[in-house]
Design a protein around this ligand. Structure first.
Ligand code: GLY
Ligand code: MN
Ligand code: MN
Length: 502
């Protein structure tokens, strides 16, 4: 007798014994109580029409597709926690772990139906919850209520977002409608399946323009749309910074345990993560917890080292709140609570660079790139004073030289928001070369990094890495440091540690 061959996919069911009887199916669908009230309209909902219009008016008459993205396998049948693509989050106001597999479509209004403020109709395609008499209810580990909780109904999703909604199963037909007469663009690299669906429909309908080029233009516009934050976004940024501030208090309070733990960096990382999860959605990026010379590895996220007395500890961490806006803060703290003379010298040079960059950012007529240039003048001057820079600061600052960048190799500022490096697809003239404008949110984060094997610096500097990073909003009164409440001067930090790291 030959055994029937099972596909690998089917074998995943070998570990389960699901009841198949009609008796069970009808029994499990019976006698469930009333559902609780659904969600209220989200605080973001009122801001969506203006965002849709600002974007839509650049693509009149075109169908615009914004996938949330889908679940990603971590291993076997275990997925990473879901986090929506930032363009989707920005245009739907959805946050948390909403809404894997969903797609927002900005559907062009027929010519003549446009108004001065509306160019497109926004429709959110998603998978609403099924009834309790469906097999999905108990048997679908991806969508079923028994597995992932009660998903929103179409009506509830519409109440929450203020958007029109439709079942995801109708997406294909909706995307195909009048294609050829209507142009279609999709945000690239958000959801491979949706991207291929759009490509397939384009081909079927004779749309021969270069898809990668027209999709890149949509990504660019969606990214540029976030360069100026509205008041809701700025309030969310402040929340993210406030959660991050309490996370940094937890970090400082965890120092006594971290100093005695064989992987003290992990103790610090864990202390921050706990707060970020308790008060927000989680982290905007992996925490850098870098003791001593590890601070000189800019993206040190291994965090497996011990803390040694007499060294510095650099922590770069940001809480992402439920709306998915993230803070991005760095503090550099002396492990034993007090800075040594050399550590203090380096620290205060970096602090001066931060303060000068903030002053410059407050002045009218300043371009984004001027912030970095300002910080670099301070860094180069100090390196020269310490006898480290082999040329004068003026010579080093010339574009054809830049020797000082050996000790400060990264940029001083980047936009911040839903992505930690927000607006990353914006054109250079709207980013580095742009004038600062009210509503911009960005970091100021100079540093100095003296690697322990750097023979160009005196021995007492080796192994010291310092970065100070704050989050800034441009208001009508100039640049405001919204992370003001997180201690940053030498005195504030030593007092903070004396108070909490006991
Ligand atoms: N935490 C990443 C950055 O500071 O840009
Ligand atoms: Mn940063
Ligand atoms: Mn950072």
């Amino acid at each position: 007798m030959t055994e029937e061959k099972q596909s690998l996919e089917e074998r995943a069911h070998n570990r389960t014994q699901r009841p198949q009887s009609d008796a069970f199916r009808s029994f499990i669908g019976e006698d469930w109580g009333a559902r609780p009230a659904g969600p209220q309209r989200s605080a973001a909902a009122d801001y969506l029409p203006a965002r849709h219009f600002k974007l839509g008016s650049q693509f009149r008459g075109e169908r615009l597709v914004f996938p949330a993205g889908d679940l990603q396998v971590r291993s076997n049948d275990t997925d990473y926690r879901f986090r929506a693509h930032s363009a989707f989050a920005h245009l739907t106001g959805l946050g948390g772990e909403d809404e894997p597999g969903a797609v927002l479509v900005l559907e062009p209004l027929p010519a003549g139906n446009e108004t001065p403020e509306v160019t497109h109709e926004a429709v959110l395609y998603f998978h609403p919850r099924a009834s309790r008499s469906s097999e999905e209810f108990y048997a679908d580990s991806r969508h079923g209520e028994f597995w992932v909780g009660a998903r929103l109904s179409a009506h509830e999703m519409s109440t929450l977002t203020g958007l029109n909604v439709a079942h995801i199963d109708t997406l294909r037909d909706a995307l195909a409608k009048d294609l050829g007469e209507v142009q279609i663009r999709v945000i690239p690299e958000a959801d491979a399946q949706i991207e291929s669906l759009v490509e397939e429909l384009r081909q079927e309908n004779g749309l021969t323009t270069d898809a990668s080029e027209i999709n890149a233009q949509l990504a660019e516009a969606a990214s540029e749309l976030r360069l100026i934050k509205d008041e809701y976004e700025i309030a969310e940024m402040q929340k993210a910074v406030d959660v991050t501030a309490s996370g940094f208090d937890e970090i400082v309070a965890s120092f006594p345990r971290a100093r005695t733990h064989w992987r003290g960096e992990r103790v610090i990382e864990g202390a921050f993560f706990a707060k970020a999860r308790e008060e927000g959605n989680g982290l905007g990026y992996d925490t850098i917890a870098a003791a001593g010379n590890h601070a000189n590895t800019l993206h040190w996220i291994k965090n497996d080292g011990p803390l040694q007395d007499g060294t510095l500890m650099l922590i770069d961490a940001g809480a992402e709140v439920d709306s998915l806006y993230t803070a991005d803060i760095t503090r550099t703290l002396p492990v034993s609570g007090k800075f040594s003379d050399t550590q203090r010298l380096v620290y205060e040079a970096v602090l001066e660079a931060c303060d000068y960059a903030l002053d410059v950012a407050s002045q009218p007529g300043v371009r984004f790139r001027d912030i970095h240039a300002a910080a670099m003048t301070v860094i180069a001057r100090h390196l020269h004073e310490w006898g480290i820079l082999p040329v004068s600061p003026e010579e080093s600052l010339l574009p054809e030289n830049q020797q000082h960048r050996r000790w400060m190799p990264h940029g001083t500022s980047h936009h911040l928001g839903l992505d930690v490096h927000d607006c990353a697809q914006a054109k250079r003239e709207l980013y580095q070369d742009a004038l600062l404008e009210e509503g911009m949110v960005f970091t100021i984060e100079p540093g100095l990094y003296f690697r322990e094997d750097d023979l160009k610096v005196p021995e007492e500097f080796r192994g010291i890495g310092v970065r100070i990073e704050d989050d800034i909003v441009i208001t009508k009164n100039g640049a405001v440091r919204i992370s003001e409440n997180i201690p940053r001067t030498v005195e504030e930090i030593e007092n903070w540690m004396a108070r909490l790291a006991q």
